[in-house]
Design a protein around this ligand. Structure first.
Ligand code: PLP
Length: 427
């Protein structure tokens, strides 16, 4: 059993007070707080091992390389990747998806199709849209009204021209968990490359990329108590070997002449330039920390918090929350609006015009700023999912997202303050 109060003590930031109040951090889908073990691992690296990897034939460089490669192996194991050569270190999920879209994109032709879903984060939309310049077409599978993926629509959008399917494992707005194993089977039958955006799954539940049988899998360290600036792209080694590199420079080459270059082995072919070794070491410490808590227990804890939120939300008049209600289909992301929030309007969004909210309703930004006065951190806006906002017919939502250090008392305070804010706004 995970004890969130005990977990909280591992995180120095919770010693801080905001406006004299304890921090209630409910923006974990954006980024998570860092425990001492991660901060110490980074500090220890810089104090004792700092040097460039794969280059020097001296002690520090050898030790640094050893730490970097051990981190790769540990993080590979954490996501169930059988071969560490399949894990490319990148900055974050965004970079992982840009890498894979750009490299796969080199092999795509006019009228080839990429299949996405309406619940994707911009980082799993925009890199694919870059390929439109080549005449590649992008299709979006719809969601159902209950906030789950419409699998029938997904299947109906597959054509003989579909070459790539990329899908989020967990929606950062709806909290919906997609059955990526099943989706993978469907697309693999048609010889389609299958990519999973694991930004919101790896930190919160057991993930096994071998079991999912995806071709590529992207994730971010900072969302799993690791440092910012490090993440991973897992790829099946035989596919990574065939893929052209994304960035050119030092370390990714075997040989360079004035005429041409040849590429290093995987994963180094995709790791041009000096790497973020300290944060890879920090991420490895984060993986150890989460493993010790137990990924199953983390998932169970968040499910309990979500159930509690579902029970308590009824005391807030006019609240509408989004996403599936079945807990087995739902991660700890709770997006909601209070009262009527007008429909999505791209012109207004672009002009920055503040949308008008009817009396008795509250804009998500007002919710977030009122909560902030009580030390409660929640998110508001489009959550980098504008197509999903349009599909939900709202301009924006507020969002609370839970993690290992959140308690039922945090959720109580959150709903109490939400009610207080609504009352203040109504007068
Ligand atoms: N994909 C999903 C589902 C996300 O929630 C996020 C971030 O919120 C990203 C991708 C992008 O992650 P990053 O900003 O770490 O690259």
């Amino acid at each position: 059993m995970l004890d969130p109060l005990k977990v909280k003590k591992d995180f120095p930031i919770f010693k801080r007070k905001i406006e004299g109040k304890e921090i209630i951090y409910l923006d974990n889908a954006a980024t998570t707080q860092k425990p001492y073990v991660v901060i110490d691992a980074i500090k220890n690296y810089y104090e004792n091992f700092n040097s460039n990897v794969h280059r020097g034939i001296y002690k520090l460089s050898e030790e640094s390389t050893d730490l970097y490669e051990k981190s790769r192996k540990n993080i590979s194991e954490f996501i169930g990747a059988p071969d560490p050569r399949g894990l490319v270190f990148v900055r974050n999920t965004t970079e992982a998806l840009n890498l894979v879209a750009s490299s796969i994109g080199q092999g795509l032709k006019k009228d080839d199709e990429v299949l996405l879903t309406m619940m994707e984060h911009h980082s799993n939309i925009v890199p694919w849209q870059f390929l439109k310049a080549k005449g590649v077409k992008i299709k979006f599978a719809d969601i159902k009204d209950d906030g789950t993926l419409d699998v029938d629509d997904y299947v109906s959008k597959i054509t003989p021209m579909t070459k790539v399917a990329s899908v989020t494992h967990v929606s950062n707005v709806l909290g919906a968990i997609n059955d990526v194993k099943e989706l993978g089977k469907i697309v693999h039958e048609k010889d389609i490359t299958f990519i999973v955006d694991g930004a919101q799954s790896v930190p919160h539940m057991p993930v096994d990329v071998k079991d999912i049988d995806c071709d590529f899998f992207a994730f971010s360290g900072h969302k799993m108590v690791g440092p910012m600036g490090i993440g991973g792209l897992y790829g099946k080694p035989d596919l990574l070997e065939k893929l052209p590199p994304y960035m050119g420079g030092g370390d990714m080459i075997k040989s360079v002449t004035t005429e041409e270059s040849t590429w290093n082995e995987i994963p180094y072919k995709f790791e041009a330039g000096t790497q973020n070794v300290a944060d890879a070491v920090g991420l490895s410490a984060a993986a150890d920390y989460l493993r010790k808590l137990g990924m199953k227990d983390i998932r169970k804890h968040e499910t309990e918090l979500m159930l509690y939120a579902f029970q308590e939300e009824r005391y807030v008049e006019g609240l509408k929350s989004f996403g599936p209600r079945s807990l087995h289909l739902r991660a700890g992301v709770y997006s909601f609006n209070c009262g009527e929030v007008p429909a999505f309007d791209i012109e207004k969004e672009l002009s920055g015009e503040r949308i008008k909210i009817s009396k008795g309703s509250m804009h998500p930004h007002d919710i977030a700023s009122e909560m902030d006065k009580e030390g409660i951190a929640v998110r508001s806006g489009h959550h980098c999912a504008m197509p999903l906002m349009a599909r939900l017919d709202v301009q924006a939502t507020a969002r609370a997202s839970f993690y290992i250090y959140n308690t039922k008392e945090d959720i109580d305070k959150f709903f109490i303050e939400l009610n207080n804010s609504i009352t203040r706004f109504a007068h």
